[in-house]
Unconditional design. Structure first.
Length: 277
């Protein structure tokens, strides 16, 4: 079964409610590259198995798809759908209407543990738009426009992955360490040392003697915001910002500077706009 001349075959296997699709291609050497040196894991989460597998086959046929650096899975069993499963993927195509489950609520729970996944909501219902903003939806993909919009949306999602999988060199504990940007939740000043709070990485905490000013200069281009003299926050984990405090997607509350509130709030709004559109 051929979906594109570049695809030699498509293999489907089932495991724990997942359908794993793999494509073998005639590759052009050097055209396809891994993102951040690792695999990009893509999930289509939809209770309509026929639609999910059709979308997966279309992704496999896209010029931007590389079987060497990407894999696509379909999850169509509603009973197997959980926020824990969704956190394992880099790009997520999530149907809003999942029968007994609400896709928005599933995404909201997933965001607590994975702020970096590129979330594309698949839907025919435009009234979900405001709620999609709350879960940091990257795009809305109407099922009726799948053929026309999927190629551009997929390329855009990969571009975001390239950005989100960047690393920064931070001098910690006597050596320079490449720290994944998406793993660094926030930096906390503790006097002569700064404490890096991390998630989804080999270390949960790191200490550095770099100053907050040095860290701010390094991390601001990566989407970090100095909300207080003691706190430098990754905006991917910033759920809300008020004049007296900030709430992170992890549930952690931090102090915020009232004096710089308006300026910081505008920076946060500008950043979120860039991420979504």
């Amino acid at each position: 079964m051929l979906y594109n001349k570049k695809i030699a075959s498509a293999l489907l296997t089932n495991s724990g409610g997942f359908t794993i699709l793999k494509a073998q291609r005639h590759l052009i050497p050097g055209k396809y590259a891994t993102i951040g040196g690792s695999m990009v894991h893509i999930l289509i989460c939809d209770d309509d198995a026929v639609f999910a597998q059709d979308m997966a086959k279309k992704i496999l046929a896209l010029p931007a798809y590389s079987p060497k650096s990407m894999n696509v899975q379909c999850l169509t069993d509603v009973s197997a759908m959980s926020a824990g499963e969704l956190t394992k993927f880099d790009i997520l195509f999530l149907d809003i209407d999942l029968g007994d489950k609400n896709g928005i609520e599933l995404a909201r729970t997933m965001r607590v543990h994975n702020a970096e996944a590129v979330l594309i909501l698949v839907t025919n219902f435009s009234e979900y738009a405001p709620e999609g903003y709350e879960v940091d939806a990257f795009r809305y993909l109407p099922k009726a426009e799948l053929e026309r919009k999927l190629p551009g949306y997929f390329s855009d999602a990969l571009a975001v992955c390239r950005t989100r999988q960047r690393k920064v060199e931070i001098f910690c504990e006597g050596e320079s360490m490449p720290v994944p940007v998406q793993a660094l939740i926030y930096v906390e000043s503790q006097g002569h040392e700064q404490l890096l709070h991390l998630t989804g990485w080999s270390k949960k905490e790191l200490y550095t003697r770099m100053t907050m000013a040095q860290l701010e200069e390094l991390l601001f281009p990566q989407g970090f915001l100095r909300i207080h003299k003691r706190f430098l926050v990754n905006m991917a984990y910033l759920q809300s910002l008020q004049s007296t405090g900030a709430l992170l997607t992890t549930g952690k509350s931090l102090k915020a500077s009232a004096r710089n509130y308006r300026e910081n709030q505008q920076k946060f709004v500008d950043w979120k706009t860039q991420q979504i559109w």
